[in-house]
Design a protein around this ligand. Structure first.
Ligand code: TMP
Length: 235
């Protein structure tokens, strides 16, 4: 697969064209941002760890019937993915209270939620990724009713599968954010799934194994990602 021109550069990844019109290369950087890029830094080898973790998770989800953009891992920082049109909506599920649910609504961190909270945010840095509901998504023409229904169904399916996946590694899935894309008329899972986009607490100890180490200056950031990679790849 030949790597061609840069198509897009985001905060944590770069997309490159390939010689295949339907496939692109997703390159993972070490750059880290938090609180809508108000906080910036780098985490040594984060790109390598997130590429490895995302690849394993996409393989697992794909094997369990979730449509994803993942094709294969190409190198330590690159994966080959289907070229999608990203739906500019960040979809979040929360199983326990953490992060903005505590900051914005006063929930007690760690509270087990009586049912998962399904949240939608507008993926738009200029507007600070505001929380939105399904009416906003539809009337602002970000997605159709049918697409939203697919996204919701897949998101709850991903929650069940990922809870099980991580629990087997002695990790609890506290919350996560995913993104979807359109590919040949269908909605499929895109972007990445990694400690940048999930909150992962070790069962029993509550040790944080995710980007909250960076967001909240908890220290040993790289080690947290490394621990997740080690468990996910059984090394
Ligand atoms: P939050 O508590 O900050 O709203 O985050 C909820 C989940 O979504 C958490 O697992 C981190 C993830 N997330 C992203 O992946 N990207 C983002 O821009 C934000 C705000 C959260």
């Amino acid at each position: 697969m030949e790597k061609r021109e840069k198509l897009y550069e985001g905060k944590a990844k770069i997309l490159y064209a390939t010689d295949h019109p339907d496939l692109v290369i997703q390159y993972f950087k070490d750059d880290a941002t938090a609180f809508n890029a108000k906080k910036k830094g780098t985490v040594d080898e984060k790109g390598i760890m997130n590429n490895g973790i995302s690849a394993k998770i996409f393989e697992y989800l794909g094997a369990n019937g979730v449509p994803t953009h993942f094709e294969k891992q190409l190198s330590d920082r690159e994966m080959l993915v289907k070229k999608v049109q990203i739906v500019p909506v960040e979809v979040i599920i929360r199983n326990r209270a953490a992060g903005s649910l505590c900051r914005n609504y006063g929930a007690v961190e760690g509270k087990v939620l009586s049912r998962p909270i399904y949240e939608l945010c507008y993926k738009n840095d200029a507007y600070n990724d505001p929380l939105m509901n399904e009416d906003h998504v539809i009337t602002l023409d970000l997605a159709t009713d049918a697409e939203l229904a697919d996204m919701k169904k897949i998101t709850f399916q991903v929650n069940e599968l990922l809870k099980k996946f991580f629990l087997a590694l002695n990790i609890e899935l506290i919350d996560f954010k995913i993104e979807f894309g359109r590919y040949k008329g269908k909605i499929i899972l895109a972007d990445e799934i990694s400690p940048d986009t999930c909150r992962l607490w070790e069962v029993g100890t509550g040790v944080r194994l995710d980007k909250d180490r960076f967001r909240n200056d908890l220290g040993n950031i790289k080690e947290g990602y490394q621990e997740v990679l080690k468990r996910v790849t059984h090394k």
